[in-house]
Ligand binder design. Structure first.
Ligand code: CAA
Length: 384
């Protein structure tokens, strides 16, 4: 077993760290407060080749492995998770799904610009539309309908909590065609955002990742050509589940980054801040917190690497991805809360960043499958 990173992986980690420090850190507090979508940063990510990291160069991607993706997600999430969630959705939920399940014509038309993250010099990313007002965790119960009209489908319904809802140019939409068949009557479609009948709701005012553009999207008689269906009739739910397995590695890496970002800030602060005549890290109460943070973060990192490694080896990573997300997101919540505590009153004010990381951590226990859903996935796997 070899735990060392390759030269290429170390280079990607360094590039991501520099990007986060130089491009994401300036203005991050302001963007959070004003809920500004980090469009400039997303375009820079595209220039770096980070919007289609794992896609083959044949389809406009960077051809990197999943470990590199985890490393980049961790570094960027240390600073700004509103940037990293857009990157994660485009890489894992949009590009991966298209590369693995779309046909050649769909790949040529959509995957290439999505993996490049730009088209004609402008940002070009995707969104994944599965959740609905009454179908979040219970994703098989889709209310959005895609009626089969022969040579096309007509989509009606509402999708909720859609990351990249307003910035995306392309939506991957999951909808029910045949209600009698349950989840085997669900299809997945590539839908261009400017198709008539699509309406983007107001941006959600959120606790964390406030820059990220989260919207409800409604569909009224939206006509989609049959050629835009992904895979065979009825493949849509399996498409969503398989795609989400990889997405969970991305969000686990995001949670890892939020945790390690908060830990690094707490460690630095503990060396500089003095109480009772010595730096606070010399007090056992603080040192034990730091020790526990470091241990949990290292455990989360190993779980992320393991699931990424399994994905690259083409072995089933469903369970390890769920474990990585479950553990890393709980770690992010715990570590960020403790990092605020280490900072005392300063941790409660925005300038010290840890309160934002604590708010950002919460969503990692919710999106791309709540912690309870991850336990269901793990529980079913270990008991079957
Ligand atoms: N990987 C592959 N296939 C899976 C799977 C997985 N993790 N989980 C379920 N499936 C397959 C099953 O094998 C089954 O397929 P077959 O019928 O072909 O055998 C099918 O899906 C149905 O599965 P179940 O019978 O287990 O269905 P269920 O209703 O009991 O449970 C669920 C399904 C696992 C709870 C599923 O609904 C689920 O994962 N829910 C969470 C949804 C989710 O993660 N939403 C995130 C939204 S996207 C997002 O957040 C993006 C963002 O903006 C950041």
């Amino acid at each position: 077993m070899d735990f060392s990173l390759s030269e290429e992986q170390l280079m990607i980690q360094k590039a991501a760290r520099e990007f986060a420090q130089q491009q994401c850190l300036p203005g991050v507090i302001d963007r959070d407060e004003k809920q500004m979508v980090p469009k400039e940063q997303l375009l820079q990510l595209a220039e770096l080749g980070f919007m289609g990291m794992m896609v083959s160069p044949d389809y406009g991607g960077a051809g990197m492995d999943t470990i590199s993706y985890v490393l980049a997600m961790e570094e960027i999430s240390k600073i700004d998770s509103s940037v990293s969630v857009a990157m994660s959705v485009n890489n894992s939920l949009v590009c991966w799904g298209l590369e693995n399940f779309a046909n050649e014509q769909q790949k040529q038309q959509y995957l290439i610009p999505l993996a490049q993250g730009k088209k004609e010099g402008k940002l070009y990313i995707g969104a994944f539309l599965l959740s609905e007002p009454e179908a979040g965790s219970d994703a098989t119960h889709q209310h959005t309908e895609a009626k089969d009209m022969g040579d096309h489908y007509v989509i009606n319904g509402i999708k909720n909590w859609i990351t990249n809802g307003s910035t995306a140019s392309v939506y991957l939409v999951i909808a029910q065609t045949d209600y009698t068949k349950g989840h085997k009557g669900i299809n997945a479609f590539i839908v261009e955002k400017d198709t008539p009948g699509i309406s983007v709701g107001v941006k959600e005012n959120k606790l964390g990742i406030r820059g990220s553009d989260t919207h409800a999207i409604s569909f009224t008689d939206v006509k989609v050509p049959k050629s835009n269906r992904i895979g065979e009739e009825g493949f849509g739910f399996n498409f969503a589940m398989k795609t989400l397995n990889g997405g969970r590695i991305g969000i686990a890496a995001q949670a890892l980054g939020i945790a390690s970002g908060a830990y690094e800030l707490a460690l630095a602060y503990s060396k500089q801040r003095k109480t009772f005549g010595k730096p606070i890290h010399e007090h056992q109460a603080i040192q034990f917190k730091l020790a526990e943070m470091a241990t949990k973060i290292e455990t989360a990192r190993l779980l992320c690497f393991k699931s990424a490694w399994e994905k690259d080896q083409h072995v089933d990573y469903t369970t390890s991805a769920a474990m990585a997300k479950l553990y890393a997101s709980d770690t992010a919540m715990w570590v960020t809360t403790e990092a605020v505590q280490v900072h005392g009153g300063y941790g409660f004010v925005k300038e010290f960043h840890v309160e934002r990381l604590m708010r950002d951590a919460k969503i990692t226990q919710i999106y791309e499958g709540t912690s309870e859903i991850q336990k269901m996935v793990i529980g079913r796997s270990i008991t079957k």
